[in-house]
Design a protein around this ligand. Structure first.
Ligand code: NDP
Length: 318
């Protein structure tokens, strides 16, 4: 049986519930835009999968990722934001009011749209990545690197992110393995040079990861050298932390027919603003940010998007 379509019209619709979405909801509700926010597949976003956040200003003792997102949500609700469970499954941004389908059945019409759907870190797809999630496996060195001071870690990847993460970790950990599947790094020359000049980064070219091992957390990784070649060789390394840096996928798919993105899918905004090429549609947080990807920068752009939405509605007399 076909589900009944219910239309509802709002002035400000926010899709996504990480720091960008919740911050946009705080600002939009305080500006009387009566925002409705749909939380998406992972309420609270990527931060709910990390342990403590120690670099968000204002928390001298740090705060749990999940707890922080709950606090942001409560703060938005205190000012009247309507926060709902639901996933945006389709979008029609061809003309205002814009139409967003939720869970494949309900259509929301909105004058302004804030896209804060985040990005998803890519994983290798090993069962051990799940097994050791939060127990030594991480996709964010800036978030979790601090816990590996004077320890040994591995970073997987050969791009700029992997080099950046390896360099960051090299200032904390005693030894960093950089595991690259090719005989060269894809990263920019300058990043490669920095990596090569850092004495406690050991680049393991032509290595793939088969699995992880450890009793109460990651204690090592099973690697294979020159996989599929005649001289293929199994190599085990002892590590305390395993960092993925093989890229992120921005969650922009349903909007990309209308809003401009780069070749990877990151939404392009007018520099210094969260404005997209579609008037009244704004992008905030990691879905539009291949560079910084921090909770604080996401929150900052969420704030900017709500202020832009308010100004847009005022200008249009809506
Ligand atoms: P990239 O797509 O550039 O690199 C991904 C890396 O992960 C590649 O080396 C790739 O290997 C490797 N990889 C992918 N899948 C696997 C797999 N299954 N197993 C093993 N390795 C795998 O992503 P980045 O996140 O590094 O960078 C994204 C963009 O952001 C780039 O344009 C980059 O230049 C930019 N950036 C710039 C920075 C700066 O300028 N400071 C910092 C960070 C990012 P392979 O090479 O074999 O394909």
């Amino acid at each position: 049986m076909m589900s009944e379509i219910t239309n509802e019209k709002v002035r400000c619709l926010i899709i996504g519930s990480g720091p960008a979405g919740y911050t946009a909801a705080i600002y939009a509700s305080r500006a009387n835009l009566s925002p409705v926010l749909y939380e998406g597949m992972q309420p609270g976003g990527q931060l709910t999968t990390t342990t403590d956040i120690e670099n968000f200003p204002g928390y001298p003792e740090g705060i749990g990722g999940y707890e922080m997102m709950e606090d942001l949500k409560k703060q938005a609700m205190r000012f009247g934001a309507d926060i709902r469970i639901g996933v945006a499954t389709a979008a029609d941004l061809s003309a205002a009011p814009y139409r967003i389908t939720i869970d494949g059945e309900k259509v929301m019409e909105t004058d302004t749209l804030i896209i804060s759907t985040g990005a998803t870190a890519k994983y290798l797809g090993l069962a051990d990545e799940q097994k050791y999630a939060g127990m030594g496996v991480s996709a964010c060195a800036t978030c979790d690197g601090f816990f590996y001071r004077k320890k040994t870690v591995a970073v997987v990847g050969g791009g700029d992110t992997a080099c950046e993460e390896a360099l960051y970790l090299s200032s904390l950990a005693s030894l960093v393995y950089l595991i690259a599947r090719k005989p060269y790094l894809r990263a920019s020359k300058v990043m490669q040079e920095r990596v090569m000049k850092t004495p406690n980064i050991k680049v393991m070219f032509e290595h793939n990861t088969l699995g992880l091992f450890g009793e109460n957390g990651v204690e090592g990784a099973h690697l294979v050298y020159r996989m599929g070649e005649e001289d293929e060789q199994q190599v085990d390394i002892a590590i305390d932390g395993f960092f993925l840096a093989i890229g992120h996928t921005p969650n922009s798919g349903i909007f990309s027919e209308w809003v401009k993105t780069d070749e990877v899918g990151y939404i392009l905004t007018i520099p210094g603003t969260p404005r997209t090429n579609v008037p009244g549609v704004f992008a905030a947080g990691d879905v539009a940010d291949p560079h910084y990807r921090q909770a604080i920068t996401a929150a900052g752009t969420g704030c900017m998007a709500a202020i832009e939405a308010e100004r847009y509605l005022l200008e249009k007399g809506l």
